[in-house]
Design a protein around this ligand. Structure first.
Ligand SMILES: Cc1cc2nc3c(=O)[nH]c(=O)nc-3n(C[C@H](O)[C@H](O)[C@H](O)COP(=O)(O)O)c2cc1C
Length: 209
């Protein structure tokens, strides 16, 4: 794995090939790589549900669309976020057509009395596995986007798929082969030097994103 895999893996939406099926073996290999992520005391809390059934995808796609609309309605985007949101809307409109929807779940529920430590332990033990999975996909010419908008309807999706009440969904990952295209030129990020303090907090608080 090279640095370009780490710096070039993007949120893929319009480049998802909606017509080409994704092999179960490819998904399983990438999920295997996901399981090598770190987790607190090596709990390995991840569970995965792969959805390929058209009717189930249709139902989940509807929940996602409604969740994304609620997310959009609740915010006033900055001008530099408009392109991302348009691409987000594209994905919302096509979620049900993506060949495989991978739902990443974590055993347990988020802490009822949250503290910085408990929250870090809960969510920090699952998102590294999500990122491992996304990197493994891209390494094989597949792609996805981390999405969470369906979580407004977490319970409804849990009932649809038989996910127990004490399990938490953390991400819905639409997986497809990547259409040919400009392969993820490194997107502008604030340089680390502007975000890093040495022996103390950054002098000006760090540049706003
Ligand atoms: C916690 C989290 C939740 C996200 N939820 C959504 C989502 O619901 N829908 C979506 O289209 N993108 C979602 N994204 C993707 C971000 O928009 C994307 O990672 C960001 O814009 C950077 O994109 P880039 O890597 O292509 O530059 C989410 C990302 C993260 C980390």
């Amino acid at each position: 794995m090279g640095v370009d895999l780490l710096t070039g893996t993007r949120a893929y939406r319009r480049r998802l090939d909606l017509t080409r099926p994704v092999a179960r073996q490819d998904l399983l290999e990438c999920l295997e790589i996901a399981t090598h992520a770190p987790s607190g005391t090596n709990r390995q809390p991840w569970r995965f549900v792969v959805v390929q059934d058209p009717e189930l995808k249709q139902r989940i796609g509807e929940y996602y669309r409604k969740g994304f609309a609620a997310y959009l309605a609740a915010r006033t985007p900055r001008p530099d976020q408009l392109a991302d949101l348009a691409s987000g809307q594209y994905l919302a409109d096509h979620m049900h057509e993506v060949p495989a929807l991978v739902l990443v779940c974590s055993l347990g529920r988020p802490p009822v009395e949250p503290s910085a430590l408990r929250l870090a332990s809960f969510y920090g033990s699952i998102y590294p596995a999500v990122w491992n999975f996304l990197l493994a996909l891209r390494d094989r010419g597949l792609g996805s986007t981390m999405t969470t908008a369906h979580l407004v309807y977490e319970r409804e999706v849990a009932e649809l798929l038989g996910i127990p009440e004490d399990v938490t969904q953390v991400a819905l990952l639409p997986v497809a082969h990547l259409l040919p295209g400009n392969d993820a030129p490194a997107r502008k990020r604030t340089p680390a030097a502007e975000l890093t303090g040495w022996d103390g907090w950054i002098a000006d608080g760090g540049a706003a994103p």
